[in-house]
Design a protein around this ligand. Structure first.
Ligand code: C5P
Length: 306
């Protein structure tokens, strides 16, 4: 149900959407479609963007962005949330929406921030416009926008295959305590994949069974040891200072550390919440670390707020 926006009196819907970490990102060779086949294990973590869709009258689409890195988010048709709203509206000329995005997920940080906003816009607009779309329908539509768009709708922990967009829920035990170290600036996903191709180190798309066992057993120490990202050498090649961030986190007692997705955010696993807080304080001393956050996972996917 859409509520009325307090200031405009127009119908509006607010959605909260989580960031993701890739616990494993196993990458195959570049295909003829320009994409790499993936085997990935996503986990949704408690770092959220919020997207509010407000009725804007027939054919009117606009977006405003506030919060973390807002200046780096396109305000035009390149904005993934705006593209999502237009895609969902299809050829129906009666639909329109203004999207207000409040960001906490770093922009171009390897945590699917833009994809999360696209996913949230799909959910918010489908409710605003009273469309009869299931979560599966929205995920399918989301995969047209980008490989990482379906997962923020799904949430929890999931295996992603094909381009990372075909999802299979993974039952896991326990709550994992994460420390996220944001870098200055972002990394371009296509640029990281290109460097991956140039480096030519391909090991395949099978997610290591010990990592899946660790998740099934709720064994954080084992998960920390088995985190894997095949894009990491490429991201480190483009941003060598990230190696120092990973080293410092491990030296300071993290159970494991990995670059998330195409980077440059580094994700560290801690054994407890208090260790995560100590680790975050330690990492924030590094000049190459712009900010740190603690988060837990898994958390549910995009959710309507009342
Ligand atoms: O799907 P999405 O538009 O988010 O992907 C951005 C870019 O990342 C693609 O154009 C491609 O260069 C690269 N990519 C890839 N293989 C994947 C996913 C993304 O090469 N499985």
């Amino acid at each position: 149900m859409a509520a009325d926006d307090e200031t405009t009196g127009r119908a509006s819907v607010r959605v909260r959407v989580p960031a993701k970490i890739n616990l494993a990102l196993c990458v195959g060779p570049l295909g003829s479609d320009g994409y790499h086949p993936l085997g990935t294990a996503f986990q949704a973590v408690s770092l959220y963007d919020e997207v509010t869709a407000t009725d804007a009258g027939p054919g009117h689409f606009s977006v405003t962005v506030t919060g973390e890195g807002a200046a780096d988010v396109p305000g035009d048709d390149a904005n993934l949330a705006l593209r999502a709203a237009r895609l969902l509206a299809g050829h129906n000329p009666r639909l329109g929406a203004h999207l207000g995005i409040r960001k906490a997920i770093p922009v171009a940080g390897g945590m699917a921030g833009g994809s999360a906003d696209g996913a949230a816009a799909l959910l918010a607009c489908s409710v605003l416009w009273d469309l009869d779309q299931s979560l599966d329908d929205l995920q399918l539509l989301g995969s047209e926008l980008g490989s990482d768009v379906p997962f923020p709708l799904h949430g929890g922990t999931a295996i992603g295959t094909r381009r990372g967009d075909r999802l299979l829920a993974l039952l896991t035990r326990g709550t994992y305590h994460w420390v996220l170290a944001f870098a200055h600036g972002g990394l371009s996903t296509p640029a990281v994949f290109r460097r991956f191709d140039e480096l030519g180190r391909i090991t395949g798309t099978e997610i290591p069974p010990p990592l899946l066992n660790a998740l099934a057993g709720g064994d954080a120490a084992a998960l920390g040891r088995t985190l894997r990202n095949d894009l990491q050498p490429a991201a480190l090649d483009l941003r060598p200072e990230l190696a120092g961030t990973l080293e410092r986190g491990l030296a300071a007692g993290a159970l494991g550390g990995v670059i998330s997705g195409s980077g440059p955010t580094c994700a560290f696993l801690a054994s407890t919440e208090s260790r995560a807080l100590t680790l975050a304080a330690d990492l924030s001393q590094l000049p190459q670390v712009r900010a740190t956050r603690v988060a837990v996972g898994p958390v549910p996917g995009a959710k309507l707020l009342t």
